[in-house]
Design a protein around this ligand. Structure first.
Ligand code: ZN
Ligand code: ZN
Length: 458
């Protein structure tokens, strides 16, 4: 969300705070908690934890917990499972870098996430995947897993009536290899980014008409080179120019949805975005449904369009009403901090949202077969047509570097043998379709720009 002001920073005692807020309704429970805040996992949780950590530590088997029995859950009954060395398996599924309207570079976001104990980070910049390669590069240093993601700006129109349109953000999560049909997705996102330029220009124009002499150049300077300016960048320009005291005021006076300087861009319909996500091997999740005026019809329609899940967890806990809605429509229950790196007390910290291990397991149960097919599709198109552009698709987010003029021994099979163990479990790789692809690739030298290349690990 570009303008959410969600509360609470990371806190070890968040479980207790929540308990305190219930004013000790259940005395027995409270006493038990004082005796020791951790309890054993149920069998179901233990199995879920095993399965989740197997995926998290796929390419670092040494880090895999030897025994899930050493795991504990916190009072929230959830995720704070301790692996070997007392490490937590924390997922952060919603974060922004300065590739959209965040304040930190992708590397800094990864570093900060690592500092907070995050093991899996989804970078979900608005309408762009441009921060993913840098995030991946840094994540390798820290042994963090990156889920390539994007938060797509869309509109929802209840009855095709543009008057009642409402902005809706859809998160997309992709396999380690990225989306299939990358060009289609990229074009889709580029259209939205272009629309953002027009939208931001329009907002500046409206502010100028309100006698606020904000300069377009100022907004672009804040957004930074190559970054599509958004509402937050306009808000920051307003603060810097001294027209408002802080961001909150910029929104509450001028930029709120429907506000005097608000403007819409050329966002696609939410259903179109979901279709695009599904067609490119992604998982589609409704972001911050609590920001919607009328969530029920939106959720109903988007579920029909193929939506996989919705955010229901925040750093201040699970939102019961949204959790019930997710259950009612058979949607995955997820969440994340929506970290932008603004600083200040109101911002949720990276890794501060507790997602129960059972919910994470459900997420991976749905996502992994989809991601596995996506990876297969990407390799298949390379096996069919070993062109530069098809090789780029494997290399874009892959854990490989290519060295031109390297050993002529490397063939397409080496490439797939090198990549797959980082992305898939043995079980997933044992698919006969992968064997068929390998067979095809064993006759193909990896050639880029007419030069044989050596595929090497980094
Ligand atoms: Zn966001
Ligand atoms: Zn958002």
């Amino acid at each position: 969300m570009g303008d959410g002001f969600v509360i609470q920073s990371i806190s070890n005692s968040s479980g207790n705070n929540r308990e305190n807020s219930k004013k000790g309704k259940d005395k027995k429970k409270k006493k038990k908690k004082r005796g020791g805040s951790n309890k054993k996992m149920t069998t179901e949780q233990t199995l879920a934890f095993k399965s989740v950590s197997e995926w998290v530590f796929l390419d670092q088997p040494s880090a895999l917990t030897s025994s899930a029995a050493s795991c504990v859950v916190d009072d929230f009954g959830v995720q704070k499972a301790l692996g070997r060395g007392g490490e937590k398996v924390v997922f952060e599924l919603h974060s922004h870098s300065k590739c959209s309207d965040g304040f930190l570079s992708p590397s800094k976001v990864v570093e900060r996430a690592h500092g907070n104990g995050v093991k899996v980070l989804a970078m979900t910049d608005h309408d762009t995947l441009s921060g993913i390669p840098e995030a991946l590069e840094t994540a390798r240093k820290y042994g963090i897993k990156i889920i390539p993601g994007v938060e797509i700006s869309t509109m929802f129109s209840p009855s095709g009536d543009s008057e009642a349109e409402e902005p809706v953000h859809i998160l997309a999560y992709y396999s380690s290899c990225g989306p299939t049909r990358f060009e289609d997705l990229d074009k889709f996102l580029a259209n939205i980014r272009d629309g953002r330029f027009d939208r931001a220009k329009n907002m500046v124009l409206k502010l100028n008409n309100l006698k606020l002499a904000l300069k377009w150049e100022h907004v672009c300077r804040i957004a930074g080179k190559g970054v599509a300016p958004g509402r937050l960048h306009v808000a920051r320009a307003l603060v810097e120019a001294g027209y408002v005291e802080n961001l909150r005021q910029a929104f509450s006076r001028y930029l709120f949805d429907g506000g005097p300087a608000y403007s819409t861009g050329s966002e696609p319909m939410a259903e179109e975005a979901i279709e695009m996500i599904c067609n490119t091997g992604g998982i589609a999740v409704l972001a911050h449904p609590w920001a919607l005026k009328n969530p029920v019809p939106i959720i109903r329609r988007l579920k029909e369009a193929g939506l996989h899940g919705m955010e229901v967890y925040r750093s201040d806990g699970k939102l019961g009403a949204y959790s019930d809605l997710a259950d009612a429509y058979g949607l995955l229950k997820l969440g994340g901090s929506d970290y932008h790196g603004r600083g200040g007390h109101h911002e949720s910290e990276l890794g501060s949202v507790n997602i129960p291990v059972l919910a994470l397991n459900e997420f991976l149960k749905v996502a992994r077969p989809i991601w596995c097919s996506a990876i297969r599709e990407i390799f298949e198109s390379y096996a069919e047509d070993p062109s530069d552009s098809n090789l780029d698709k494997i290399m874009r987010f892959g854990r490989t570097r290519i060295f031109k003029g390297g050993s002529p021994l490397s063939c397409g099979k080496d490439l797939i043998d090198h990549c797959l163990p980082h992305w898939l479990t043995n079980e997933e790789m044992e698919n006969p379709e992968f064997d068929a692809i390998k067979l095809k690739l064993s006759n193909i030298s990896v050639i880029q720009g007419g030069i044989k290349v050596l595929v090497a690990s980094t």
